[in-house]
Design a protein around this ligand. Sequence first.
Ligand SMILES: O=C(O)CCC(=O)C(=O)O
Ligand SMILES: [Fe+2]
Length: 347
Amino acid sequence: MHDVAIPSRGKPCIYPRFPYLLRWHSRAESGNSHTCSPCFPYLPSSMEAQELTSHVAGMDDLVLLDSTVTAPFNSIRQLFDHLRAHPEIADALNATYPSRGVFKTAAFKNGQSDQKLTIDISPNRLARVPADLHSSLASHGFTEVTKFFSELTAKHLDHLLSMLGSAIGTDLFPLHRSRNINFRLCDYTPDTAAPQSENGCGAHRDYGTFSIIFQDGTAGLEIEDASRPGEWLPVPADKVVMLCGWSAFIVSGGELRAVRHRVRRQPGVRRLSAVLFVAPDLDVTLQPITSGKTTVRFSPDVLQGKVNVGWFKEFMGKRWRWREGNAQLEDGEVVSQDEDIEKLILG
Ligand SMILES: O=C(O)CCC(=O)C(=O)O
Ligand SMILES: [Fe+2]
């Protein structure tokens, strides 16, 4: 990981409780005179931070990190290239996690699904990779990639959790004791089944507490404007983004939005990304924990504590594996979209 300079231009738009985080756009601001979409990353002096404190209200479910941490994209590219060039190694890697696989290439065959390849190396999957496979992959980017994710988790996860918790006035640590996290690499390679398709990753919300998305400098990531559904705001291609998912929405009583996002492909252009997904422990009941501050009406199932993280992950997982082309539907099975997930949560 390397330190990079932070450009100090553009209109500062900061979040006072997260001194090293930068606001990009929030529900609190949408629809009023303070427009900040998108503002350039900017590290304010403490004086500027104080001046702006009263200006910015509410929480942060969508934040641009200050880019002091960068993902090892050369190693990520090398790893994808290596697995593509050596199908027998890709097979051996997938055999370590037969239920879901590790290196997913549905986009080579399916032109309707997300047109991307992924490598999912959650800690669970990593633990199953035997030493000889580890060493055969080591010099092809694997070591740098796994080191990046474990350092990111060790150095930044608690800090981000505590800041997100303080933003909503609650302690999120008791919900995140077991490190229910996932590491994902994405390769929006141009040579998929539908090379002209712009669909890199269909519109969705992540299921967990928050996700951190590292981009390789190629445009494509877009966030839906919460105040104008259907309008998409491009995220600056060189920025690191933290955005909240459904679990944050529920436990915060709706104070943190689950941010809808997607990736548009530019035909012929390769894009790489690296994502850290952070979710509550699988046995946590998904219920609002911010007493008295619930801003939305939740479904009876949620209010009666019938939805836990493990169940919800499976429920959502079916949908995302279908979107990504990594699961076949059983005869007659219909996979519902965002609205049905909203119905489950909001009743
Ligand atoms: O590749 C990206 O920039 C985002 C990927 C994403 O949203 C996901 O895998 O859930
Ligand atoms: Fe996502």
